[in-house]
Structures are given as C-alpha cells and as structure tokens.
Design a protein around this ligand. Sequence first.
Ligand SMILES: Nc1nc2c(c(=O)[nH]1)N[C@H]1C(S)=C(S)[C@@H](COP(=O)(O)O)O[C@H]1N2
Ligand SMILES: [Mo]
Length: 331
Amino acid sequence: MLIKTHRDGFVHPVSSEITPEAIYRDRRELMRLMAGGVAGAALASWAGRQAFAQASRPGRLAAIAAAKSAVPGAVTMEKVTDYKDATSYNNFYEFGTDKSDPAKNAHTLKTTPWTVEIEGLVKKPGKYSLEDLMKLSAQEERIYRLRCVEGWSMVIPWVGYSLSKLVEKVEPQGNAKFVEFISLADPKTMPFVGSRVLDWPYAEGLRMDEAMNPLTLLAFGMYGEVLPNQNGAPVRLVVPWKYGFKSAKSLVKIRFTDKEPQTAWNKAAANEYGFYSNVNPQVDHPRWSQATERRIGEDGLFAKKRKTLMFNGYEAQVAQLYAGMDLKKNF
Ligand SMILES: Nc1nc2c(c(=O)[nH]1)N[C@H]1C(S)=C(S)[C@@H](COP(=O)(O)O)O[C@H]1N2
Ligand SMILES: [Mo]
C-alpha cells in the first residue's frame, strides 16, 4: 500500500482516508500500468513506485473509487487538463479574487466534520453527513469541460453522482420548482468572506428540470481523489453546460423553493450575470465576447483560441430544457 503524504500543504482530513476502495483502486491502477508495459522490476524500484504513486494519486489526497459514467455525454475524449493547472488556477472568491489565491489560502478550510442541510419544499428535510451523502449513490467518473465566464476552460475528471439521485431521495414537494445551492461562508476560515465583492454566502440556483438532468453532478472528487480545498471540498456542484460560476463549491445547504432563487453573481451585477448563464457563444457578456475560449494548458505563444460551443458542447443533452425560450433574454 502507498503511504499517504500531502503535497503543497493540501490537507483533506477525511476520516476514512485509506479505505478498501482506495486499496482496490490502487491495485487496479497497478494492473493498468503493468498491462501498459511498466515492468514489475521497475515498479519494485523506488523511482518506479514514485512514478506509480504520481500516476494514480496526482494530489496525494484520499482516493475515491469510481466507474466511468454511462450517462450520455458524461465522458469527453478531450485531453484532460493537468492536475497542477486545475488546482492552481481557480475562482473561489471566499479565498481571494486572484486566480492564484484559492491554492494559497484554502488550506484553512475545515472540511471535517461536514454536513449538508436539505431544506425547503421537500418531504425529507434534514442534515446529511458528508459520509452519508457520499454513500447515497455509486460514485462515477465524469470527464467534463468547464468553461468560465471570463473565457478560459478546462477538462476535468470529476468524481460524483447525478444530483437527481439526491433529489429523488429527499422527495421534493409538488410545488418545488427550483433548487438553491448555498456555499459555506465562514469568516474564520475564509478570509474574503468579510469583503464586499459578493453578498455572502455564495448562492446559486437551478430550475428543477436542470437539477434533474443526469449531467448535473454532485461532486466529491476529481482525478480519482477527494476534492482539493481550492476546488470546492468536500462537496460541490458541477453543471457542465453553464458558465463555471453556476457550479457552487463547498456546499452546506440545498434548498427547494417555488420561486427563482437569487444568485450571488446576479445580485452583484444583474446586467452581466443572469439566472440561466448557459454557455452561449452568441450572447456576449456586456464587456467581452463569449465566442471563443482559451483552454488552460494550451497557452503557449502560438496557441489558438478555441471556438466556444453552444451549451459548452452539451447541446444534445440539454437543448430541450430551453425549447421555446429566448436565450438572449434568458441569459
Ligand atoms: N463558493 C464558490 N463557488 C464557486 C466560486 C466561488 O467564488 N465561490 N467560483 C465559481 C467560478 S467563477 C468558477 S469558474 C468555478 C471554478 O471551479 P474550479 O476551481 O473547480 O475550476 O467555481 C465556481 N464556484
Ligand atoms: Mo468563473
């Protein structure tokens, strides 16, 4: 078994650090490497073991076992963004507004114990521990494009399950039409929660049918491991056809409502950030175009910008949710 170490001070204190699943996953990875021609002798060497550890545990956080998702559209074949890039270029305003701030500052986030409160128009409200939430459905690996409203994108292998599994479990009432997602706002561990850039807590929302779309992911991990703090540990949302800000991090509350919820970015600048915020190359942000994007990791001198795709490339899976809607008005 590999000895668990933490790199760069990313500490994710999940109680079940070395699980049977972790062992199983490492064994599977070992078999994959052997099949790929990595000789047993090399693996027996120190360097070989290091290479193996690096390949299977990019951040040296606790592993989460996950099968590749069978949900249509859930696994893009595009090149996955380097773990280092995906964990060091982030927006997480609770830890600062610079892209390098979350990786520097989010080590103060305390993720154990963690509970998510389910409330509002729902038959089974209550507090769910992280452990119970994680066990609620089988963990899947989803490889999603994530496109930020500011014009950059990444490809990230997430680990989680469809939010719909949780929604079904808690049984929304008939009049529940929207779902609101609320992030932790703890001024003691999140240095920027005192600032006035946003109205804390960070809040986001989806229409019920968007929340029920199988692509909407409740994520607990990425790259086969638990989420690093700066990426929204220990549980976050990932909505791949919407701009990145719709995917709220470090969730503490999920609320079912009959009215369209107010969202943090809409409150901050209503003319720039609407409720829907679907990725749409035809609707510009008031201050810049949304027609192209820069893929993180492709930013060399000659790197071409990519064309942004309608619904971030998930049109086949989600366009029907918006049939008949004017997407310029409902931006
Ligand atoms: N709580 C919270 N969630 C958040 C944000 C934030 O500032 N606070 N930033 C959003 C934005 S703008 C983006 S682009 C994505 C980035 O997710 P990533 O760090 O996993 O790439 O998180 C979103 N979720
Ligand atoms: Mo973003």
